[in-house]
Design a protein around this ligand. Structure first.
Ligand code: HEM
Length: 137
């Protein structure tokens, strides 16, 4: 039980660090670092699945999860949706804009993608707040 929890928490925290780190890396490096966003799509299910496994192993059925886990789950799912909209929506629109060679359209599409990534980072910070409030609050 202790080993299971430690391994799952390790995977979960690695997922958190990679997902958030790649998002911040993308903001710093710009649209040339699209690979970082694609890597987030791989890390995302790992983070969510380890979160659910951790919650089941530690606290049992969803009805008995405490508020911070429920809040983390809700914000985590929102974070996943925003990431998918960024990668499969905004990124595609950026590609279309690049194909038109219209600098204004490219700038608008880049801004839209950057904003979504910023929102995802904001959600990660919120989740960190829930995690810390749940543990030490
Ligand atoms: C399906 C969604 C999720 C569930 C069910 C979930 C569940 C959990 C659980 C049960 C813990 C251990 C809490 C404790 O023992 O005090 C935890 C810890 C943590 N989770 Fe999540 N999580 C989810 C998504 C996420 C996401 C998306 C992130 C960030 C990207 C995240 C970041 C963290 C962090 C930083 C901790 C460490 C808290 C600590 O141990 O002090 N979680 N999570």
């Amino acid at each position: 039980m202790f080993l299971e929890t430690s391994v799952l928490l390790g995977i979960h925290l690695a997922g958190f660090a990679l997902w958030t780190g790649f998002l911040i890396g993308f903001l710093l490096l710009g649209t040339s670092a699209i690979r970082l966003l694609r890597a987030c799509v791989v890390v995302m299910p790992m983070t969510l699945l380890s979160g659910w496994a951790l919650a089941f192993v530690q606290f049992g059925a969803p009805g008995s999860w405490f508020w911070a886990v429920n809040a983390m789950q809700t914000a985590g799912l929102a974070m996943a949706v925003v990431l998918l909209v960024a990668v499969f929506g905004a990124l595609m629109l950026l590609r279309d804009a690049e194909a038109t060679r219209d600098p204004e359209a490219v700038a608008t599409a880049t801004r839209r993608l950057t904003r979504l990534v910023g929102v995802d980072i904001g959600l990660a910070v919120l989740i960190l707040g829930f995690a810390l409030a749940g543990r030490y609050g």
